[in-house]
Design a protein around this ligand. Structure first.
Ligand SMILES: Cc1ncc(COP(=O)(O)O)c(C=O)c1O
Length: 366
């Protein structure tokens, strides 16, 4: 029998989450964010479900994954969120009908040098306060006349990205900047171009940001972008479940310690389960004692330090659990968001960090 750790991808949950997104933003089109192998879920199978659900666009970063989607027959709009990095990519983008995000003056210079005529749509990214990518007011002035030369062959969408849609500061300050920048455009048609701003948090909380294209990522996969509202409360269902089994039992006496560094010490007679899952599988090493874990349908906690291939769980109140008992590290009934919070991180990181050695995962994809 192989090592019992397994990643399950619940495609019905994905369909359900798409339904929730459509209900929240009925008049916007969905540009589903599929970067990083669909946040670790396997881009091709996720793309198939989205395609069946009528999702019209995919956003990713990796040109090779975009090309593989095209070669697998997907006809959706495919947007590359960081555009292109060198002139060499432009013929590929043209050939495979990929749509770049244009976020810098350098990219526009590359377009001019290449004399690219085959790109049919560009997403013009504005810097509205995230200060990572995007054109500022003066950069927009500089590139607009150049981009104008494409307007007979190419259409445009304005876009920007929110830095704090999940927090108290919200989105209005960036939305205002976005409208100001568009208002300054020298192109008389610019105010009529479609717009795209909303990530999951904005899809959920700020309908005024939905416009023509929303860009949900995390919520597709059934996770919450908020600290104060769970995925369950948002009526989202987890797509990824990471499960394993108890592979050994230790009966401890008061004073016995568990695992590397002896970080957990028993205060009396305690029963500990050793689970086949460690940081080499993608479980966060920084998860503290007390991180939620489900063993045989009962919630309990991790104990001590997570090691490369194993972690320890408290079975003192689950006497029926033994070797072979099922453990849900995250997923159905054990929120990945809670596990991430206990490890000082976010569910995005856990999903993306799932290791290729986990069964059910390596076969996942492209
Ligand atoms: C440009 C852009 N749009 C949309 C998203 C999706 O964000 P979320 O996963 O929070 O919905 C991301 C993700 O980081 C992004 O980089």
């Amino acid at each position: 029998m192989p090592r019992p750790i397994l990643a399950k991808i619940d495609l019905a949950a994905l369909e359900h989450n798409v339904g929730q997104i459509k209900a929240l933003a009925p008049s916007a089109q969905i540009l589903a964010v599929l970067k990083a192998n669909a946040y670790g879920h396997g881009i091709k199978r996720i793309a198939h479900v989205l395609s069946k659900a009528g999702v019209p666009g995919f956003a990713l970063l990796e040109i090779d994954a975009a090309i593989r989607l095209r070669e697998s027959g997907f006809t959706q709009r495919i947007v590359l969120l960081e555009g292109f990095f060198s002139i060499d990519e432009l013929p590929l983008m043209e050939h495979y009908e990929l749509e770049p995000v244009i976020h810098s003056v350098d990219q526009v210079r590359m377009l001019m040098t290449h004399k690219s005529r085959g790109i049919k749509h560009m997403w013009i990214k504005l810097n509205t306060g995230m200060n990572r990518l995007g054109l500022t007011h003066s950069q927009l002035r500089e590139v607009e006349p150049l981009l104008h030369t494409y307007s007979d062959q190419c259409t445009f969408t304005w876009m920007s990205h929110f830095s704090q849609a999940d927090q108290l500061k919200g989105v209005d300050w960036q939305l205002e900047k976005f409208n100001q920048l568009i208002g300054c455009s020298a192109n008389p048609l610019a105010s009529r171009w479609p717009k795209s701003l909303a990530n999951s948090a904005a899809v959920l909380r700020y309908p005024q940001t939905h416009f023509e294209w929303i860009r949900p990522g995390l919520m597709l996969y059934g996770s919450s972008p908020f600290l104060d509202q769970s995925a369950h409360e948002l009526k989202l269902r987890p797509v990824m479940s990471l499960t394993s089994q108890v592979i050994a039992i230790q009966d401890l006496q008061a004073g016995d310690q568990v695992g590397y560094g002896g970080l957990y010490e028993a205060t009396g007679c305690e029963r500990v389960g050793i689970v086949a899952c460690g940081y080499a599988d993608g479980y966060p090493r920084h998860a503290l004692t007390g991180t939620p874990v489900k063993v045989a349908h009962t919630m309990t906690r991790t104990l001590g330090r997570v090691s490369m291939d194993m972690l320890c769980v408290d079975l003192t109140r689950i006497p029926d659990a033994g070797v072979g008992t099922q453990v849900v590290l995250w997923g159905e009934g054990n929120s990945i968001d809670a596990v991430a919070a206990s490890a000082g991180t976010v569910s995005y990181e856990l999903m993306c960090a799932l290791s290729a050695r986990v069964s059910g995962f390596e076969s996942v994809d492209l």
